[in-house]
Write a new protein. Structure first.
Length: 294
């Protein structure tokens, strides 16, 4: 299987002018392992919610760690607003106040005795005054709706509470880009809905959110854009457009989203116009039916 590369039309610009974080010609291979990513161009566009999708082993985790500075590309470069990232202390501090990664398993990220202590770790490491740290912690806990858990020992939290605490720790850094690895994995439906509501609040407040997920229905409902990692390359575009490409979905080990399949069926029967995305969720379909499909 060939490693993912960016796919662009010949002569196309290297990335959107409003790209906030970019990888250019980036390659990475783990020690004594195969190349995972090669010659990759990838952009995180400010204000656009991005779903990152692909089969296990496609390079999603590697890509997220490259974007957040946890890994350094063997070749190529990472830029923030066009400025090349340096991997010294000053450069990484600047990057981590811009980009934060929350890993899939919260137990890999939480380590302090209490929720408040854990969420305050990042701001304290920035050398901020105590009053500023307290303000950031309170803001992050409120954003994740876990203020009541401030003094709770982390080992007594439920799985969903641990997820929210891990995200709060990242939010306390006030990043412009928040990258989440499978944030809804392991949550019950109510927990998923509460988390999605929280993410929408963060987006409304100006945070650009990138979410890695295997859930194509969630991606279609939630994201503005989708990036599909396939053996033949990385393709990025508007979510409804990307998730309607059956060949790319097959390469990425994904299925057609429910909403895309329903929209195709409705159009085939003349129940919705030929142009338009159609309902993305069962709830949207119910609303459409109640109004009377024109």
């Amino acid at each position: 299987m060939s490693e993912p590369r960016a796919l662009r039309e010949p002569g196309a610009p290297s990335g959107p002018s409003d790209s906030l974080v970019s990888l250019r010609a980036a390659s990475y291979a783990y020690e004594e392992g195969p190349t995972v990513l090669s010659g990759l161009d990838f952009d995180v566009v400010e204000g656009r919610a991005l779903a990152l999708l692909g089969r296990n082993g496609s390079g999603k985790t590697t890509l997220m760690r490259l974007l957040s500075g946890g890994l350094r590309p063997d070749e190529g470069e990472l830029t923030v607003e066009g400025a090349r990232v340096t991997y010294d202390r000053k450069g990484l501090t600047r990057l981590r106040t811009t980009v934060q990664l929350v890993v899939q398993d919260p137990d890999d990220q939480l380590f302090a005795a209490s929720v408040e202590q854990d969420v305050s770790f990042g701001p304290l490491n920035l050398g901020l005054p105590d009053a500023e740290v307290r303000a950031r912690v309170a803001e992050a806990l409120a954003a994740l709706d876990i203020t009541a858990l401030t003094d709770r020992p982390t080992h007594l939290l439920s799985y969903g509470q641990r997820k929210r605490t891990a995200i709060a720790g990242a939010v306390a850094m006030r990043p412009r880009v928040l990258i989440l690895d499978e944030p809804t994995a392991g949550l019950d439906p109510d927990g998923q809905e509460r988390l999605l509501t929280t993410l929408q609040r963060l987006r409304d407040a100006g945070t650009t959110v990138v979410m890695a997920t295997h859930d194509v229905d969630l991606a279609l409902r939630w994201a503005d854009d989708a990036a599909l990692l396939t053996p033949s390359g990385v393709r990025t575009g508007p979510v409804a457009e990307m998730l309607a490409h059956r060949d790319l979905l097959t390469q990425a080990g994904l299925r057609l989203p429910w909403g895309i399949a329903v929209a195709e069926l409705l159009r085939a029967h003349g129940l919705v116009p030929g142009v338009g995305e159609g309902p993305r969720t069962p709830e949207e379909l119910a609303v459409l039916a109640a109004r009377g499909v024109q």
